[in-house]
Design a protein around this ligand. Structure first.
Ligand code: MLT
Ligand code: MN
Ligand code: ZN
Length: 307
């Protein structure tokens, strides 16, 4: 069985976002209803947990999640967190690594491209290289996740490229697609030894036929829920970028994820990485009703799922 805990359901910035005075964020500030930034925790045994992406809110997420608290019987320094698997180099997915400083054994898995980004930024050396292994994820083949001592953790991940874009902070404005290469955005299929599996795809710009075929009939998919409409940030006066410009597919519209998943027979579909501009945050909104009637669930921090 694979245990999954949603550590953070929101996209970069979280919900509410620190500097956002939009109606939805204001109501979240006033109700103290909040959601942290994009991350899952997964485990085969309930004892050893891998982070899927490491959010800037990681410390708060660990405080909120008893399964991730240190166990005193295991010694004065202990954490159930044994590693992290990264899907891109976005701020909301890598900066949590800095919370995991300093001399603590961990295994970090990412594409060669994203490992190169970490390597180029010496601040990530606060994860003491003597203790923290950086493991390149081979693409399109199952990779056994190992504990820092080398024993298998009972999980495999298959990483594959999905349509997307280089991290915003690494964009080259003069290059085609801002200098993106396919490995900039990967998705993960996480499986246990019995073949139970789920997909984690927090960033995805479109669903070409080969990706649709891969997901058809899946037990569980966590999927990019950044925006409901492609231009909602512009329409609400919150920014100048469409979802497509940010490397995300909107939920609604003929090119959106609701339409793309309609015939894929995925047993359980959960939106994750939801931007603070997305009206699905508001229970009872037309957008929330539309996604729920299409069989989707909107993730929330602390949601636990087993497959
Ligand atoms: C994204 O998901 O597009 C990024 O997290 C955006 C950002 O870094 O603000
Ligand atoms: Mn993001
Ligand atoms: Zn807002």
């Amino acid at each position: 069985m694979v245990h999954v805990i949603v550590l953070g359901a929101a996209a970069g910035g979280g919900f509410p976002q620190w500097n956002c005075a939009c109606d939805q964020c204001q109501s979240a500030f006033h109700s103290a209803r909040s959601f942290t930034q994009s991350s899952l925790a997964v485990s085969a045994d309930g004892e050893h947990w891998f982070l899927l992406n490491a959010s800037p809110d990681l410390r708060q997420q660990i405080l909120n999640t008893p399964a991730l608290h240190p166990q005193p019987q295991a010694g004065k320094r202990h954490s159930p967190v044994v590693g992290a698997v990264l899907t891109n180099a976005d701020v909301d997915h890598v900066t949590g690594l800095l919370t995991l400083r300093e001399s603590h054994p961990l295994a970090i898995y990412a594409s060669q491209r994203v490992l190169g980004v970490l390597h180029a930024n010496s601040i990530f050396n606060v994860l003491n290289p003597q203790y923290v292994q950086r493991c390149p994820l081979a693409l399109d083949q199952p990779v056994t996740l190992c504990l820092p001592d080398g024993r298998p953790a009972g999980l495999t991940v298959e990483a594959f490229c999905v349509p997307g874009k280089i991290a915003l902070w690494l964009e080259d404005p003069t290059a085609a697609n801002y200098g993106s290469v396919p490995e900039d955005t990967i998705a993960l299929k996480v499986s246990d030894a019995d073949g139970n599996s789920f997909f984690y795809i927090p960033g995805c710009a479109s669903l070409p036929p080969e990706l649709a075929d891969r997901l058809r009939g899946a037990e569980l998919v966590f999927f990019d829920g950044t925006t409901y409409t492609d231009d909602e940030m512009i329409a609400h006066g919150l920014g100048s970028k469409t979802a497509a410009r940010m490397g995300h597919m909107a939920m609604s519209g003929p090119e959106g994820s609701l339409a793309a998943f309609a015939d894929l027979q995925v047993a359980r579909k959960i939106y994750i990485h939801i931007n603070n501009s997305n009206p699905v945050w508001t229970p009872g909104s037309a957008a929330r009703c539309a996604v729920e009637s299409a069989g989707w669930q909107v993730a929330h921090d602390g949601l636990e799922v087993r497959v």
